[in-house]
Each structure stands twice: as C-alpha cells, then as structure tokens.
Design a protein around this ligand. Sequence first.
Ligand code: DC
Length: 223
Amino acid sequence: MNIAIDGPAGAGKSTVAQQVAGKLGYLYIDTGSMYRALAWAVHHYEIPVDNEEEVSRLLEKNTIRLERDQGEQRVFWNDTDVTRLIRTPEVSEYASIVASYPAVREQMLVLQRKMAQRGNVVMDGRDIGTHVLPDAEVKIFLTASIQERARRRWSELRAKGNDPQLSDMEKEIAERDHRDMNREVAPLRQAEDAVLVDTTGISIEQVVDRILQICYRTGESQL
Ligand code: DC
C-alpha cells in the first residue's frame, strides 16, 4: 500500500507522515526536502533563482538522495549532507520558487516515482495524491487554519532560539499558500479521492490515529 499525504505548509505533514510510517513500518519520503535541497544549491552556488533553465540544468547535473539514519531522514546534495542547511527562511523562499518551474517538477516526479516503486511508502508533499502517486491506496489532505500553522512555525523557531513575529509568520504562510496553490503546474489542491483531515485544535496523536484507522480500513477492504 502507498500513502500520499498532501497539504499546505505547517499543517503538520512531516511529523504526522513520519509517525504513520513508523507505526506501519513503511518508508517515509519527504518530497519537500527534495525541492529544498535544490533551493539550497541554487542559493549556495549563486544560480539566478529566476532563471528556470539554469535551475533545471543544475538539478539535471547533480543528485539528490534521501537516506534513513536512526529513524531520521537525511538529505544529500551529491555527497553533501544538507539536512540542516535546508531549514532556513531563505531556502523556504527559494524552494517555493523552484517548485513552480515545470522543468524542475518533471524531474522531481521521475525521481519520486522511482522512490515509491518498492511500495509501502508514506510520501508527503503538495502533489502526491494528484500527480506523483495518483494510484496511492490512501490519500490524505492535511490542513489547519493559517493562524494555527503560523503559531506552530513560530513556536518551532522560538524553540531554536529565534525571536520571530507571529504576524510575519502569518504573512509568510499566506504568501506561500498563495504561490503553491496558484502555480500553473501541479498546484496544491486536494485530490478528489483524498480524505480531508483538519488538524486545527487536535493533537498529533489524534491525527496519526485517524490516519492509521483509514489505512487499516483500506487494508481490510483490499483483502
Ligand atoms: O513542505 P516543505 O515546506 O518542505 O516544501 C518546500 C516547498 O516545496 C514548498 O514551497 C512547496 C514545495 N513542494 C511542492 O511544490 N511539491 C511537493 N511535492 C513538495 C513540496
């Protein structure tokens, strides 16, 4: 069985997807980290981010690899471990830009489908249920209000010792939502056969339980 989890930034996708994968003994694949790795390289090598052709060529000529290390996903750009480097505001901004390029998305689609070929994966992103794995047995669209998502990002950043403004977070999230939902290729939207799970005001455990129940039900109906 393959499980696709899509939704906007800050809905809790990666935490939830990781826990669901852990409980089921499935492989977790965070596709956002692949766009982030490319974004990191664009920034690091000072490639003009608005030049789709150059950005796409950079991806073509290099490799992005995801590895599991003690239950955690590590991200490599060629042989450089960029796991931590891709979690900065600049990389988030760049990732959203490079993810809007058709030539980039086409390459990512091929890479991501290859990763899911073995089956039993939980893949999270924006277009997994709609484009990457349209045949996934379970599709979840995870969301939460902008205020709640901004609050979550805000506490994450504070826990890391930063002092962000909540209003800036809300603005940033609304902007990213807008860009992700309105791009021409594979915009963020709920697949017709996806189950909507709103995480506003519910705990991670409750969300994970709800998704596991959906998975068990789907598994039983396929026996
Ligand atoms: O989930 P995230 O914040 O790590 O994703 C980084 C960016 O990549 C975000 O702007 C959305 C984009 N993305 C995408 O377009 N398609 C995916 N499957 C995953 C992420």
